[in-house]
Design a protein around this ligand. Structure first.
Ligand SMILES: [Fe+2]
Length: 579
């Protein structure tokens, strides 16, 4: 049993959870937002379905849950692309990277929630960030007009643009704006992606984009990280598009053993007219990493926790006819999930010196149990980013039943089959930032279960404190850094989804409380998560409207029915925005 069947067979739906063990603390509030793709039988990869967001309430009797129950509420993101798909589904065709249509590719926006104060966004690597109503989770707007992102990257104007970006933009606390990336395919000096930086100040329909001079590479920029003065970008390396596969061939592209890293000065960007090339400093780090997080305080240099994803190829999907690395048929329910890690994951604390170009590995962990490093939890408060203390990491364990022979053949000579002998427990592990000493760890020996994105939740003033102090729920009263608060750990299981709550200072003591669905409901694959304080409501802002983007060039390739669908979606969204 490599992964729970319910990862792909359960349906996203609303339900309520109850405390089934331990005691739920009173000094926790807000909600955890999860991003997820909806599984779609038409798509060969489960990672490209239309996005939805799930909200887990951290206080009982909120969001429609009765007393002593905790709400789990799911909304599909009703983006323009999703609405067009629902109106004229027959013109949408599936390929290895999602849907294509005469309107262009829809923005799946299924990977990560991004909280910016009282605003909420949803992200995807192959689309613009999308703003959601933090109260209702309704779609509000895509970030930035097509033109301000630089126009169509393949030359043809469409209503739904191809915009290759980052699933993890960052919010700059000093400059109050969003940093992300934009990739543009180029043929010279060789086929690859030219890299630009995107900046948005949170208002209006225009983003600023600066190309980075002479940077062309072959992958993607899944994560954007930052210090006070620097942006840290990297070729994520764990997802590589394979043009041959897109045209129906077998996958031949593999992940690299190391990856380029680029450092760009923020103030240099903001002092340069958009569109003008800016220089970046290029370094290399091994292994590639999907996720890395710089310490915001760069007074002693640039220090980054580097969550290596050694020999994890997110572009390799499992097929129904695949055999696993031991020759056993892949579980039918695992088809369309990605091929899991083929080596233990390396975790590093890396120091970058932008002056000398030196990369120093301050601390390195390559534990043999560290398979499938898959998402982490940290304190995203400004003070927590400046001086992080604890970093909580999920390792899902070795899953040879979800490693295909096809993948093993493609990576022949690069993998150690002896390391993929049997399934091993998942672990939630707390590392001390800097030294990467293991502070504490909790093991999940049931390999039929899968732990998913953990979230750090800062301690909140207790109810008593609030009534005495006159403050409102959501005020944090913790010591920042990641050790003073809670870790919310979802566990995907065929015997019922559960949420385990840990004291962030002592995850090894086990969960202090557990929530389960009152009917032992299951939850399918979920991706990143983020904590949001209570009480956020839609704020007034000048947002992009789908109707703003309609022009004759973008309608030119559409027939009358498709043009009517565009007008219908524009009309519906404008009506929603005016309510
Ligand atoms: Fe990610």
């Amino acid at each position: 049993m490599p992964t729970p069947d319910s990862l792909t067979t359960a349906q996203h739906h609303d339900f309520d959870l109850e405390v089934t063990s331990g005691a739920w603390p009173s000094d926790i509030a807000g909600e955890v937002i999860f991003s997820a793709p909806r599984f779609d039988d038409a798509l060969p990869s489960g990672l490209f379905g239309f996005g939805c967001v799930a909200r887990l309430a951290l206080r009982p009797a909120t969001h429609g849950a009765p007393a002593d129950r905790f709400a789990w509420r799911v909304r599909t993101i009703e983006s323009p692309g999703k609405r067009l798909h629902d109106l004229v589904p027959d013109v949408f065709t599936a390929n290895s990277v999602g849907y294509q249509s005469p309107f262009g590719p829809p923005n799946a926006s299924n990977t990560a929630p991004l909280v910016w104060g009282d605003r909420l966004f949803s992200t995807w690597d192959a689309g613009r960030p999308v703003e959601l109503d933090p109260a209702t989770l309704d779609y509000l707007a895509d970030v930035g007009s097509i033109d301000s992102w630089g126009g169509p990257i393949f030359g043809t104007e469409t209503m739904l643009p191809t915009i290759l970006s980052s699933a993890h933009p960052v919010i700059d606390p000093d400059r109050n704006g969003m940093w992300s990336t934009r990739l543009r395919p180029v043929l010279s000096p060789s086929f690859g992606m030219a890299l630009s930086v995107m900046w948005w100040d949170g208002e209006g329909t225009e983003v600023a984009v600066w190309p980075l001079r002479d940077i062309v590479f072959g992958g993607s920029t899944h994560t954007v990280s930052q210090t006070r003065d620097w942006l840290v970008l990297s070729d994520s390396g764990n997802f590589r598009a394979d043009p041959g596969e897109m045209f129906g061939g077998e996958r031949t592209v593999t992940v690299e053993d190391d990856a380029p890293v680029w450092l760009v000065r923020k103030d240099q960007l903001l002092a340069t007219p958009p569109g003008t090339p800016v220089d970046a400093i290029c370094l290399r780090v091994a292994p590639p990493s999907g996720h890395f997080y710089a310490r915001y305080d760069d007074s002693e240099g640039i220090s980054v926790i580097w969550e290596g994803m050694d020999l994890t190829d997110l572009g390799l999907s499992l097929r129904p006819d695949d055999l696993d690395i031991h020759g056993r048929p892949i579980a039918p329910t695992a088809a369309r999930l990605y091929n899991m890690a083929m080596a233990p994951s390396t975790l590093m604390e890396v120091h970058f010196d932008p002056t000398s170009g030196a990369v120093t590995e301050r601390a390195v962990r390559r534990d043999e149990w560290a398979f499938n490093l898959q998402l982490s939890a940290m304190d995203w408060s400004v003070a927590g980013q400046e001086h992080p203390t604890y970093h909580h990491v999920d390792f899902q364990g070795c899953r040879p039943g979800a490693v295909s022979q096809r993948a093993a053949t493609l990576y022949d000579g690069r993998i150690d089959r002896a390391q993929l002998g049997e399934e091993t427990p998942g672990r939630l592990v707390t590392f001390r930032r800097g030294s990467l000493e293991v502070v504490s760890a909790w093991e999940y020996p049931d390999t039929a279960e899968l732990i998913s994105s953990p979230t750090f939740v800062p301690r909140t003033r207790s109810t008593d404190d609030r009534s005495e102090g006159g403050t409102h729920a959501g005020d944090t009263a913790n010591h920042p850094g990641g050790h003073d608060g809670y870790v919310v750990q979802p566990v995907l299981s065929d015997s019922g989804f559960r949420v385990e709550l840990f004291d962030a200072a002592a995850v090894g003591a086990g969960p202090i409380a557990t929530l389960r669905g009152t009917r032992r409901e299951c939850v399918p694959l979920i991706l990143h998560s983020a904590w949001q304080a209570d009480g956020a409501v839609r704020r007034d802002a000048d947002r992009l409207r789908f109707s703003d983007e309609i022009n004759e060039a973008r309608l030119a390739g559409l027939d009358d029915a498709q043009r009517r669908a565009v007008q219908q979606v524009a009309s519906d969204l404008d009506a929603q925005a005016s309510r």
